[in-house]
Design a protein around this ligand. Structure first.
Ligand code: SAM
Ligand code: SF4
Length: 334
């Protein structure tokens, strides 16, 4: 008998799980991390086997899409054994296994990812200028990411570029980014910067570039055709009539997308966040470790989904950062 699928109190089926497999990263993007981060002690992390058990339990409860994120997922030791393990569910409950990465390790892993059934990757890239890239990521180097993107393309992976929209940083590069993605045949999504972690409040308001403004700049040069496509998440899409390419906008702050939310997030310590914009969470590590069968774990997952909130509280509109989250984006993986 199939178990009951996960349905939250607002009748939203939970079919999408994002899993952060590490809080560590080889970059230190200024909007995401402090330069000197205190990372979690290794003993607090779920092992790769435990992460696999967790993902398997969610797939058994009706999750059809898994996105692996971090921190930087591809810097976790032996991560390919985890990808290989969870890929066994593809075609057997799981429709899609994918990841969000900074691209630094893709030159090494793109081939293997494609081979085990990953079809698409999201690669975060905010600028095409090597000097600006080094500035925003602090530790990243653009040629390394470009080599990763080449490898992804040769392996046949579909690439979506995620760019955080930052006023005074990449606003001057808007058309360069769009044209480069068109030439490379990458999809492109812009993300509004979110109030996460402990970055200075002033800096954040300063660099906030509303995507409504970004969209207006695009519309001045291209014909934007709204697409009906919805992913159950905060992204909205248009097609540029002139280039045919798809552009996404993730506007967690200026739009309400919560009514169709289909996702939850697990951190590398086994905390389940039912909403990106709320502090409420459920510990899955204790039930996972308490027993080798999944009874307690399933019970804990169901109890958590039963209190998934209706929506989040982010809001810049009152010229202060309301609903600000104390945790860093690298904690939940975006
Ligand atoms: N390291 C991987 C990467 O950079 O793609 C995966 C984890 S990263 C936390 C996931 C996404 O969150 C990236 O696209 C990154 O640009 C985005 N991100 C990080 N901090 C953010 C913030 N404060 N506001 C909006 N997006 C942010
Ligand atoms: Fe690392 Fe991704 Fe955060 Fe940049 S955005 S510091 S690459 S986790």
């Amino acid at each position: 008998m199939q178990p009951q699928p996960l349905i939250d109190p607002f009748a939203r089926p939970i079919t999408y799980l994002r899993v952060s497999v590490t809080d560590r990263c080889d970059f230190r993007c200024t909007y995401c991390m402090a330069e000197h981060m205190q990372f979690l002690p290794k003993r607090d992390l779920l092992s790769l086997e435990e992460l696999d058990r967790l993902c398997t339990a969610f797939v058994g409860l009706g999750v059809r899409k898994l996105r692996i994120t971090g921190g930087e997922p591809l810097v976790r030791r032996d991560i390919m054994s985890f990808f290989r393990a969870v890929s066994r569910h593809l075609g057997d409950g799981l429709d899609e296994l994918t990841l969000t990465t900074n691209g630094s390790q893709l030159a090494r892993f793109a081939g293997e990812l494609a081979e085990i059934g990953v079809r698409r990757v999201n690669v975060s890239l905010d600028t095409l200028d090597p000097e600006k890239f080094a500035r925003i990521t602090r530790w990243g180097r653009l040629p390394q990411v470009m080599a990763g993107l080449e490898a992804a393309k040769s392996a046949g992976l579909r690439v979506k570029i995620n760019a955080v929209a930052l006023k005074g940083f990449n606003d001057s590069e808007l058309f360069d980014l769009v044209e480069w993605c068109a030439a490379e045949d990458h999809d492109l999504t812009f993300i509004e910067v979110m109030p996460m972690g402990d970055m200075g409040e002033e800096a954040r308001l300063d660099q906030y570039w509303p995507l409504s403004d970004l969209r207006a700049s695009l519309a001045a040069r291209y014909t934007l055709v709204d697409l009906a496509e919805r992913t159950g998440g905060p992204a909205r899409y248009v097609r540029l009539a002139e280039t045919g390419q798809k552009i996404g906008f993730i506007t967690p702050l200026s739009h309400n997308f919560c009514e169709s939310c289909n996702r939850v997030r697990v951190t590398c310590t086994g905390e389940l966040f039912m909403c990106l914009g709320q502090e409420d969470r459920a510990d899955l590590r204790a039930p996972l470790r308490a027993s080798p069968d999944d009874g307690l774990l399933t019970e804990a997952i169901r109890a958590a989904i039963a209190r998934k909130p209706k929506g989040h509280d982010f809001d810049y509109s009152r010229q202060r950062v309301a609903g600000q989250m104390s945790r860093h984006m690298s904690h939940t993986g975006g």
